[in-house]
Design a protein around this ligand. Structure first.
Ligand SMILES: N[C@@H](CCC(=O)N[C@@H](CS)C(=O)NCC(=O)O)C(=O)O
Length: 209
């Protein structure tokens, strides 16, 4: 298996942390997003959406989308479970993970991609070009602030985001909080529940993945 990766980018990190939590070692292939390698024909043949991560299986099948990669790896390597331990838990993990994605990761991305000059004409990932919308920078920052508060409220009632154990919802939230540093935003000190959780998840060995 091979993971098409870009070390600095948040979505491949969601896949790498998951892989590390499963105790797996998977060869990585760097796709240099800074040089536009995602748009070259050889990578389009791997993933026509021109994004990383993408997981190439030994039979040549490629699975892109973090959710797709997670689902495959969880089914192939069930321990430790990261997508829920039974039907109810799986629903709860998916619910929280998606909320974190929509309200957190996408909010930071909105603030980042509409601001950074390098994303001019390419404000959204993928093969089609979209212009930046400067007004979205402020909105992205406001949404990120609200996301931090939501995280803190949730972590005041539960040890981890989807319940008593660490799951994929924590992975997306952990990556999001660290990605927010790119727009110079961090968890404020007064959000003590979220800070406690962030210290805990970021001290797991997988956080270095
Ligand atoms: N929905 C995709 C998102 C992947 C994504 O946006 N990846 C970014 C890196 S974090 C990317 O490949 N960007 C390429 C670009 O901006 O051209 C997934 O879940 O894998």
């Amino acid at each position: 298996m091979k993971l098409y990766n870009h070390e600095a980018a948040p979505n491949p990190r969601r896949a790498r942390i998951f892989i590390a939590e499963k105790g797996l070692e998977i060869e990585t292939v760097n796709v240099d997003l800074m040089k536009g390698a995602q748009f070259k024909d050889d990578f389009r043949a791997v993933n026509p959406w021109c994004t990383v991560p993408a997981l190439e299986l030994d039979d040549g099948t490629t699975i892109s989308e973090v959710q797709g990669i997670w689902r495959y790896l969880e089914a192939a390597h069930p321990e430790p479970p990261l997508l829920g331990v039974d039907a109810k838990d799986a629903g709860i993990v998916a619910m929280w993970e998606n909320r974190v994605m929509l309200d957190g990761l996408q909010a930071v991305a909105e603030g980042f991609r509409n601001f950074v000059k390098g994303f001019k004409g390419h404000a959204l990932p993928g093969p089609d070009g979209y212009e930046q919308i400067p007004e979205l920078v402020e909105r992205g920052r406001l949404r990120t602030e609200n996301f931090f508060k939501m995280l803190d409220r949730r972590l005041g009632e539960s040890e981890y985001i989807a319940g008593d154990s660490y799951t994929a919802a924590d992975i997306t939230a952990q990556v999001t909080v660290d990605f927010a540093g790119w727009i110079k935003m961090e968890l404020p000190d007064e959000l003590a529940n979220a800070k406690r959780w962030h210290d805990t998840v970021n001290s797991r060995p997988s956080a270095k993945a």
